[in-house]
Design a protein around this ligand. Structure first.
Ligand code: ATP
Length: 341
């Protein structure tokens, strides 16, 4: 029997709980500083203790994963702490398409894939001099929304760049993407694509609770002006959301088009969980600013299932469990090769 393994962070509890529910042996690679915390959970069978997640590249850790016949479930911490280049070389089976993670991390590739899928995306500006509306500037790489700033013209832009350099938040080598700021409400669609059933499932919807931007509305505008507050976007948690039912038709179309585009540009495409992230603007139009090509932490809200996973699977189907179910089906039907890279 295979084991399901993941790094101790992000959504590991949900992933391993789901794996256990589907009958797998579970393996957690954890930093020693968090070992005591994770030992509180009886659904984790085996622990691989490290000081740094980079150690996953070492032969002894890799051998332990191979000995337990582990399939590694990638998540945001694997990307941020191990890095795309190493993940591509890691000699352990990974669930999903490890090559698409590069498309998530690189802003140009990301834009290319989103354009190919046909989803509406914000206008981007090639130089600060072109700015003619409220914009958000983003440093490259997933940094949890830190180091972003809003600018409505080039003077604003340059004053932020200077400030951020002084604060050590950016260097001369950093590249910024300048994007139209979409005024509206941010929404995150969580999907699961099953290559075995050739079917897309809408798994859940959430919104993020970001500091300090979600706290600014608690401060009167006169005080905001006086202390010259600027927003930051550091995620501290997620909140569940259900959409107006009439919007769901388009949500499925967006997900299916994304799967087709990814199959064409980055074979084998998008097996497993992914997330489309965007804003409904003042006309109710969805404009996507980002995707995640793997499980997102927002799925942690739905450890016992979401209103949408309930419609497809009945009770108690988390994203972690759905991943394990797909792997189980792949083992049974000898089609596991469609799920791993
Ligand atoms: P993560 O990797 O954690 O998703 P990130 O660094 O890639 O974070 P984004 O998800 O791109 O950051 O953006 C962080 C936040 O900034 C979003 O949740 C949203 O609130 C806001 N945001 C980003 N782009 C736009 C946009 N074009 N218009 C309006 N708000 C935006």
């Amino acid at each position: 029997m295979n084991s399901i393994a993941t790094l101790g962070s992000h959504c590991s509890l949900q992933v391993l709980k789901g794996a256990k529910e589907e009958g797998f042996n579970t393996v957690l690679v954890t930093k020693s500083s968090r070992e005591k915390f994770y030992r509180r959970y009886d659904f984790i069978d085996e622990y691989i203790i490290v000081e740094d997640f980079q150690e996953i590249m070492n032969d002894d850790i890799k051998d332990k994963l191979l000995e337990t016949d582990s399939i590694l479930i990638p998540h945001g911490t694997l990307i941020s702490e191990v890095g795309i280049e190493k993940i591509e070389k890691l000699d352990v089976p990974i669930f999903g398409n490890r090559h698409i993670l590069r498309w998530e991390a690189d802003r140009n590739l990301k834009t290319q894939l989103m354009q190919k899928s046909g989803v509406s995306i914000p206008k981007t500006f090639n130089s600060p001099e072109e700015i003619d509306c409220l914009t958000i500037s983003k440093l490259s790489g997933a940094r949890g929304g830190s180091g972003y700033f809003l600018a409505k013209n080039s003077e604003d832009y340059y004053s932020y760049v200077e400030k951020f350099k002084k604060q050590g938040l950016m260097t001369d080598d950093d590249e910024l993407q300048i994007q139209e700021y979409i005024i509206g409400v941010p929404v995150y669609f969580q999907y699961f694509y099953s290559p075995l059933k050739n079917e897309l499932e809408l798994f859940g919807i959430d919104k993020r609770y970001e500091t300090n931007v979600d706290g600014l509305g608690r401060i009167p505008s006169t005080d905001q002006n006086e202390i010259k507050l600027s927003p930051t976007y550091i995620v501290v948690g997620n909140l569940p959301l259900v959409l107006r039912e009439s919007l769901l038709v388009e949500v499925y179309d967006i997900g299916e088009n994304f799967v087709t585009a990814s199959q064409e540009l980055v074979p084998p495409g998008m097996p497993g969980p992914f997330c489309m992230e965007g804003v409904y603007d003042s006309n109710g139009k969805f404009i996507a600013f980002e995707f995640s090509a793997r499980i997102v932490a927002g799925t942690n809200i739905f450890t016992t299932g979401s209103p949408y996973s309930y419609l497809t699977h009945g009770a108690n189907m988390s994203m972690g469990r759905r991943i394990a179910l797909e792997i189980k089906t792949g083992i049974k039907n000898q089609t596991l090769d469609k799920l791993l890279t």
